[in-house]
Design a protein around this ligand. Structure first.
Ligand code: FES
Length: 71
C-alpha cells in the first residue's frame, strides 16, 4: 500500500528499512525515502508504522539471563 503519494513510498519500503535496521525513527525514514517531506499528509501513517515497529522490537527482545541481572 502506498503511504506517501508525493514520493511514491509504500509501507513495504518503510517496513523493510525498519526491519533491516537501516532506519529506526521517523526522521531516518524520511531521510532515506523523503516520505512526509512534501505535503505532510502521510506523516501520521508514517509515525504509526514506526511506532508499531518499535513495539515489535520491544516485544521480541530476549529476556535478560538471571546471572546478568543486578542483585
Ligand atoms: S503524501 Fe507524503 S508528503 Fe505528501
Amino acid at each position: 500500500m502506498i503511504v506517501c503519494l508525493c514520493h511514491g513510498v509504500s509501507d513495504r519500503q518503510i517496513n523493510k528499512l525498519l526491519v533491516s535496521g537501516e532506519a529506526s525513527t521517523v526522521a531516518a525514514v524520511q531521510a532515506q525515502t523523503r516520505c512526509g517531506t512534501d505535503c505532510g499528509t502521510c506523516i501520521a501513517q508514517l509515525r504509526e508504522i514506526v511506532d508499531a515497529a518499535e513495539l515489535r522490537r520491544w516485544k521480541y527482545q530476549p529476556p535478560v539471563p538471571r546471572v546478568l541481572r543486578p542483585a
